[in-house]
Design a protein around this ligand. Structure first.
Ligand SMILES: Nc1nc2c(ncn2[C@@H]2O[C@H](COP(=O)(O)OP(=O)(O)OP(=O)(O)O)[C@@H](O)[C@H]2O)c(=O)[nH]1
Ligand SMILES: [Mg+2]
Length: 470
C-alpha cells in the first residue's frame, strides 16, 4: 500500500541529549531530504544506495541557512521500518536544534506524523502484524524485566506464529468441509468426522494454552488467590498457620472464632500466593457473624483456588454438603471466564479418617483430595504441591508465548467458544454446516488479533496510544 503523504517527526524523546533523530517516511522522503541536505562529499541523496550513512549539513530549504551538522541514513522501500522510503537525520540533541531540523523537513514538503503513524504504516504495508505493532508500544512502555521479555517475544512474532498456526489449520479444514457441502448430494466425504473432531480438539488445546498464559502472567505478578472455606471449627485458621509455618490467625476450640477474613502471603517454590482464611460458614447467629459470612462469600467468588476444608475424622456432614453447594455456585461466577479450581482438604487426619472419594457427591469427586493434619503437619507438603499444580499447568514451558493484552485475551476466548460449539455440533451428529459457521466465527476472532480482520476503529484506537515519532 502506498500512502500519498510523506510524514516526519522527531523520533527521540523531547529534551536535551547527545543526538536527536528526525525520521521521514513516504514516497517523497528522498526528494525532501535532497532539499534540506548538503552532503560533505558532494553526493546527491537520490543517488545514495539504501542503508548508507552520510555526513553533511541540514539547511532551511527556502533561505538556505545552515542549521546543523548531521548524519543522514537512507532506507529504500521496501527494506525499511515502514516499508516506504525512509530517511533518518541524526542531528545534535537539543530541543531547539532538533525542532529547527524538523521544521526544515516540513517546509520541504513533509507533514507532521500522527502518534504511531510510522508503525501503522509498517502494519498497513505488511512489514509487521498487529500483535507485533502492539508489542512495539509495549516494549517502549516496559519497565520491568518480565514485561520487556514478553513484549520482545511478541515483537519477534512468537505469539503471531502460534495464532497463525491455528488459523492455518482451521482454514485447511474449512476448505475441505465446504467442498464436502458443495458435493452434499453425492455423499462424498473429503475428511472424516473423526479427523475434523481431532483437529478441532487440537486447536482448542492450543487456544486454551494461550488463554491460560494470560492468567499465569497475572498470577506471577499479583499472586494467585487461595481461599480457605469450611464450616466452623474444621481447622481453617490452623491450616493457614500450618501453611505459613507461624501462628498468624487465632485458633480456638470455640466454633466461630474467625469473624473477619485474614489475608497473608505465602511463598511456594519461590512464587507468591495470597491465602485468605475466612469465617466458618453456618447459619449466622448475629449481625457481626452475618457480615463475616458475606465477606467469606466474596472471597469464594474472587478466588483462583478454593480449599474446601472438611474434618476427615468426621467425614462429610450435612453442613458440609450445604457449604459445598455454595462453593460450587460462587466459585464458578468468575471474572474473565476463568473458573476457580477447587481442592478438597480433609483435616485432622491425626484423629482418624472417614473420608473416601467414593462417599463424595460426584461433582466433588472430580477435584483432588488431600489429607492433612494442621496439628502434626502431616500432608502439608503435598497440599503445597497440589496448590502449585492447580495454579501452574505443568505443560507450561519457558519461552511459550504469553498473552498480556486484554484485546487478545477476549478474542481468544471468543474463538475458543466458537470452536467448542463446532466440536459439540459434530459430536451430536448435526450437519457440518453449523460447524462451518462456528469455525468461520473463530477465524474472524483470530484474524482480528493479528490484524487481518480488525475493524478500522479498533486499529485507530491501538495506534492512538503510541507516542509521536514511533
Ligand atoms: N487434632 C487436631 N485438631 C485440630 C487440627 N486442626 C485444628 N484443630 C483444632 O480444631 C479447633 C478449631 O480450629 P480452628 O483453626 O480455630 O478452626 P476454624 O475452622 O478456623 O474455626 P472458625 O474460625 O471458628 O470457623 C482448635 O481447637 C484446633 O486446635 C488438626 O489437624 N488436628
Ligand atoms: Mg478460624
Amino acid at each position: 500500500m502506498i500512502t500519498e503523504n510523506t510524514i516526519a517527526a522527531i523520533s527521540t524523546p523531547l529534551g536535551r541529549g547527545g543526538i536527536a533523530v528526525i525520521r521521514v517516511s513516504g514516497k517523497d522522503a528522498i526528494a525532501i531530504a535532497e532539499r534540506v541536505f548538503r552532503s560533505s562529499h558532494g553526493g546527491e541523496v537520490r543517488k545514495f544506495p539504501s542503508h548508507t550513512v552520510h555526513h553533511g549539513l541540514v539547511v532551511a530549504p527556502n533561505s538556505q541557512e545552515p542549521l546543523d551538522e548531521v548524519m543522514l541514513t537512507v532506507f529504500r522501500a521496501p527494506n525499511s521500518y515502514t516499508g516506504e522510503d525512509v530517511v533518518e537525520i541524526s542531528c545534535h540533541g537539543g530541543v531547539f536544534v532538533s525542532q529547527k531540523v524538523l521544521e526544515a523537513v516540513l517546509e520541504a514538503g513533509a507533514r507532521l506524523a500522527d502518534p504511531g503513524e510510522f508503525t501503522k504504516r509498517a502494519f498497513l504495508n505488511g512489514k509487521i502484524d498487529l500483535v507485533q505493532a502492539e508489542a512495539v508500544a509495549d516494549l517502549i512502555q516496559a519497565s520491568t524485566e518480565r514485561s520487556h521479555q514478553e513484549a520482545f517475544q511478541q515483537l519477534r512474532g512468537g505469539l503471531s506464529d502460534q495464532i497463525n498456526a491455528v488459523r492455518n489449520s482451521l482454514v485447511d479444514m474449512l476448505a475441505l468441509m465446504e467442498l464436502e457441502l458443495d458435493f452434499s448430494q453425492e455423499d462424498v466425504e473429503f475428511l472424516d468426522r473423526q479427523e475434523i473432531e481431532e483437529r478441532l480438539r487440537r486447536s482448542i488445546e492450543e487456544l486454551d494454552k494461550l488463554i491460560a498464559s494470560y492468567q499465569r502472567g497475572r498470577f506471577l505478578r499479583e499472586g494467585a488467590k487461595i481461599t480457605i472455606v469450611g464450616r466452623p471449627n474444621v481447622g481453617k485458621s490452623s491450616l493457614l498457620n500450618a501453611l505459613l509455618g507461624m501462628e498468624r490467625a487465632i485458633v480456638d476450640e470455640t466454633p466461630g472464632t474467625t469473624r473477619d477474613a485474614i489475608e497473608t502471603q505465602l511463598d511456594i517454590k519461590g512464587v507468591l500466593f495470597r491465602v485468605i482464611d475466612t469465617a466458618g460458614l453456618r447459619q449466622a447467629k448475629n449481625r457481626i457473624e452475618k457480615k463475616g459470612i458475606a465477606i467469606t462469600e466474596f472471597h469464594i467468588e474472587d478466588a483462583d483456588v478454593v480449599l474446601f476444608l472438611l474434618d476427615a475424622s468426621e467425614g462429610v456432614t450435612r453442613a458440609d454438603e450445604k457449604i459445598w453447594q455454595q462453593v460450587e455456585r460462587l466459585s464458578q461466577k468468575r471474572r474473565e471466564m476463568f473458573p476457580a479450581k477447587i481442592i478438597i482438604v480433609g483435616n485432622k487426619i491425626d484423629l482418624g479418617n472417614q473420608l473416601t472419594k467414593g462417599s463424595f457427591d460426584p461433582e466433588m469427586g472430580k477435584w483432588p483430595l488431600v489429607l492433612v493434619s494442621a496439628k502434626t503437619l502431616t500432608g502439608i507438603p503435598q497440599l503445597n504441591e497440589t496448590i502449585f499444580k492447580a495454579v501452574f499447568d505443568e505443560r507450561w514451558e519457558r519461552g511459550d508465548a504469553v498473552i498480556t493484552n486484554v484485546r487478545h485475551l477476549q478474542a481468544l476466548q471468543k474463538a475458543r467458544q466458537h470452536l467448542g460449539f463446532a466440536l459439540e455440533t459434530l459430536k451430536q451428529g448435526l450437519s457440518t454446516e453449523f460447524a462451518v459457521v462456528d469455525i468461520k466465527g473463530a477465524l474472524e476472532q483470530l484474524g482480528a488479533i493479528v490484524g487481518q480482520t480488525t475493524p478500522e476503529e479498533v486499529l485507530d484506537r491501538i495506534f492512538e496510544q503510541f507516542c509521536i515519532g514511533k
